[in-house]
Design a binder for this molecule. Sequence first.
Ligand code: HSE
Length: 428
Amino acid sequence: MNTPLRLGIAGLGTVGVGVIRIVRAQAALLAARTGREIVISAVSARNRDKDRGVNLGRYAWEDDPVALARRDDVDVVVELMGGSDGPAKATTEAALDTGKDVVTANKAMLAMHGQALAERAEAAGRMIRFEAAVAGGIPVVKTLSEGLAGNAVSRVMGVMNGTCNYILTRMEAEGLGYNALFEEAARLGYLEADPRLDVGGIDAGHKLALLAAVAFGTQVHFDAVELEGIDRVALEDIRHAADMGYRIKLLGVAQMTARGLEQRTAPCLVPAASALGQLEGGTNMVVLEGDAVGQIVIRGAGAGEGPTASAVMGDICDIARGTRGTVFGQPATTLAQAKPARSALPAPYYLRMLLADRPGALAKIATILGEAGISINRMRQYRHDDDTAPVLIVTHRTTPAALETALAAIAPLDVLASEPVALRIEDV
Ligand code: HSE
């Protein structure tokens, strides 16, 4: 048997504890599969006295994660603290600079500093593995970088924030509004420390930017992701979408086009009968499209102790086996700087607007849509509230630019009683 692989775990939240449990419970299986024992040398967290339900007595303790990263009895630093900068980044850099590989679940750090960290790791002959950073237990990074290495990937998309999917599916199932479900998600501990990361689409954007880098051989460019969250999705939109055979999902979509790399997260309508449409609760789903393989759909738990620790362990096992590789599927210095492109691919759109219930109101809207070259597919005026009437329009395929032009012309109209809602109907 080879020498043991020695871990230093920085961060003892849900995932850190999950990793400790697997290392202990599956010691024999891990050794059989990797040909060496996997052991924990040292751990680090903010609070030493907290009861985490696992005995930490047999591991060295470090208050400072950077000191943990520099220890001589650690081969791999497992960074599970989170946060794009601060201790997580300092610990990762210290690990690389002292000759260790890094396994991390930190999507924010890699979305912001992935290129610099990958170059630093590869210059030092080290690796950063980050399967757990994207879609929890779903092995999507491995699937893209290894299983699909022979494909030109055209599109990567999916539901990669379980909290948003939980809120949206509960809104539909329970008939409750966004605010009530946001409170419920907070009570259940589903929200990130800063909930805007979840409901603002930022967390899904971080994950999408990482997948886009692997899929397209481009440098991670999170700032180019067009971000939209779920906070403006109303219960009535979910109901109308359901009436028409759709569900609303927070979709992340990255695709390479002749104009450049499109990356966007936004609530979209998808067919209720599609795999994405049927995704319930906190589950994640990623759809990958390659020229040779066609479409692949992977589904699984996007968060939680077991699933996220499972992804961390997959990376640790690769390192234990001696599998070496690059951070983003090809040497970091060869990753292209993709030109960011605003979404331009045509799609049908769902529009909901509250109009003054008076002669000619709807005609004004229809005229503006027509002038923007947008053709109406379906339309319904479904209820009257005193002197206003909610109107629902589904367009034929049109470009985001045409829609923007129309919405800008509609915005100042005196017949408009509230801001229109426009949601893309995604072809999945
Ligand atoms: N906040 C994330 C989610 C956790 O809801 O999916 C996993 O990254």
